[in-house]
Design a protein around this ligand. Structure first.
Ligand code: DHB
Ligand code: FE
Length: 287
């Protein structure tokens, strides 16, 4: 049976891709951010997930304002990293898991969601940043299933809707009859606003509240609407929805916080990293 072994949550910023390409990880500006990753890599290296289910947001590379799905699930054999601007180098392509993708799509449609199903999907820094942070040599020992959440075009799905989506994906994984170990990943956030009067806006207190919720009961964030999150986290801080969905996909059991790091700023973003293990899976294995 498929099992979610843990959840990994990280900010993504185009500048991270450039810093990796220029080997700037140990420079004073970057070190506090990159120092979060060796323990994450060590844990992932031991756990060896087969598949990573990515909750992420596309930034206009694959979807644009003319056609913007609220939720989209990748069902491709391969996901290509294409030039999205910002000068970031592209990476090798990512192998998909079409069988699991279609199982998730079937299951969540039966559960009341209406995702766009993507048999072709290019991916941007929201996928390539976390993959390079986990696997710096660019050899990907995992398959991926990307699930995109609209964080660009209003109306945006809010915390409760994304929590419910994550729950539906978590039930889909549990009902998948293959022995696969799954890492769920939330890419984006935390607080940031790239344009307008509040450009540069960051809200440390709200970010801490969100990280505490991710480590504990994420449903406490369901009291906020999408616009509440825009107000509190900035217009691009709504990428928090990817964290909420990923955490909800871990199910209701207890989790252990293995790693938390928070650093302001990387570019315009309050950068945050969290790693949780799924204690329910461990308990089941021990029994
Ligand atoms: C920045 C952050 C993002 O999440 C993004 O997608 C693009 C840019 C930034 O802080 O510069
Ligand atoms: Fe982003």
């Amino acid at each position: 049976m498929a099992q979610v072994i843990g959840g990994f949550f990280t900010s993504h910023v185009p500048a991270i891709g450039n810093a990796i390409a220029r080997r700037q990880q140990n420079e004073p500006y970057w070190k506090p951010f990159f120092d979060a990753f060796p323990p994450v890599r060590e844990w992932i290296g031991k756990q060896k997930p087969d598949v990573i289910i990515f909750f992420y947001n596309d930034h206009g590379l694959n979807f644009f304002l003319d056609k913007m799905p609220t939720f989209a699930v990748g069902a491709a054999a391969e996901y290509v990293s294409e030039d999205e601007g910002w000068g970031i180098p592209t990476t090798p392509s990512f192998q998909g898991d079409q069988k699991l993708s279609w199982h998730i799509i079937n299951s969540i449609v039966a559960d009341g969601f209406d995702p766009v199903m993507c048999q072709e999907m290019t991916v941007d820094h929201a996928i390539t940043n976390p993959m390079l942070l986990m696997y710096p040599d660019g050899n990907w020992p995992v398959r991926i299933v990307p699930i995109a959440i609209n964080s660009i075009q209003h109306p945006l799905p809010g915390p409760k809707r994304c929590y419910d989506l994550g729950g539906a994906v978590g039930r889909a994984i549990e009902s998948y009859n293959e022995v696969v170990s799954v890492l769920v990943l939330g890419s984006g956030g935390l607080s940031h606003q790239l344009d307008g009067e509040r450009a540069g806006f960051i809200n440390k207190a709200f970010d801490q509240e969100c990280m505490d919720a991710i480590a504990g009961d994420v449903s406490v964030l369901n009291k906020y609407s999408a616009l509440d999150v825009v107000e509190r986290a900035g217009s691009q801080g709504v990428e928090l929805m990817c964290w909420i969905a990923a955490r909800a996909a871990m199910g209701g059991g207890s989790v252990k916080e293995l790693r938390r790091s928070y650093h302001i700023p990387i570019s315009n973003t309050a950068s945050a990293v969290m790693l949780l293990s799924n204690e329910r899976v461990k308990a089941a294995k021990a029994a």
